[in-house]
Design a protein around this ligand. Structure first.
Ligand SMILES: [Zn+2]
Length: 262
């Protein structure tokens, strides 16, 4: 079975920015102008401090994107007792939910520090995915959503990588370009123009799905949960997400809760 992204799109781009710094404002404006979608991982205890986004501003600033957790105070998680680790993660989820009025479902590890305990605390907090900082240089799907390795940091988004992604043939199985960063790094690294020019190149492509991290996670999980007959002719979609497959050369929707001949 050949899958595709919603409406027959063949590739996905997702972006992920950490820390909720005031420099996000300019970046969000840029993403909105280009139709790019991102996830913003916030430390609820840092919002409102100098050089951070204001608490009340966050729901409006990030509207149309995803707000996700990054702990309350940005500690080195792996050095904390388990109870404190859990408080940092679950507490952040609770505070961000009070702010936006809906479930917050994603996470990214502060300093990229992952451990078995940290991954477990993420899971026990009811969070569904956690992004690492381990760039793979590939367009693959995550094996483990609690250790979701991105393709690269934005400083590693080279022309070659952009070109390689844009020129992938349609029959590749739903490649994902997943870029992460901090908006405050642009000034430090002096690469704002360069990185934004590459994002502009990736925007407005007719074959790319622009998705937040959680939209992508929901979609990949829905694909993985499909029940298909052994001869591949009938699929049942038990999820709440419409899944798209190529059938007879056409993108075909497998509606939630339905059986579809393919
Ligand atoms: Zn961070």
């Amino acid at each position: 079975m050949q899958f595709c992204f919603p409406n027959g799109l063949t590739k996905a781009l997702t972006l992920s920015y950490d820390d909720g710094r005031s420099t996000d404002r300019e970046l969000v404006d840029f993403f909105n102008a280009l139709g790019l979608k991102a996830t913003f991982h916030l430390n609820s205890g840092c919002l409102g401090r100098e050089e951070y986004v204001y608490t009340d501003e966050a729901p409006f600033l990030y509207a149309g994107h995803e707000i996700a957790c990054h702990t309350v105070s940005h500690p080195h998680l792996t050095r904390l007792p388990e109870s404190e680790m859990l408080w940092e993660i679950f507490g952040d989820k609770g505070q961000l939910e009070r702010l936006i009025g809906q479930p917050v479902r994603g996470f990214s590890y502060p300093y990229g520090e992952v451990s078995e305990g940290a991954a477990q605390a993420v899971r026990l907090s009811g969070l569904e995915y956690a992004r690492t900082v381990n760039g793979t240089g590939r367009f693959s799907w995550p094996e483990d959503f609690l250790r979701w390795d991105p393709t690269c940091h934005h400083s590693q988004l080279t022309d070659e990588l952009v070109e390689r992604f844009l020129s992938l043939p349609d029959h590749e199985m739903c490649p994902i370009l997943f870029v992460w960063g901090h908006s405050a790094d642009f000034d430090r690294d002096g690469n704002r123009e360069e990185v934004l020019a590459r994002y502009a190149q990736l925007a407005g492509q007719p074959d790319i799905w622009y998705a937040t991290n959680i939209q992508l996670k929901d979609y990949l999980q829905a694909i993985r949960s499909l029940a298909v007959t052994a001869d591949g002719s009938l699929a049942y979609n038990p999820s709440a997400t419409t899944v798209w497959v190529m059938s007879g050369g056409e993108p075909t929707a497998l509606e939630p809760g339905s059986f579809t001949r393919i």
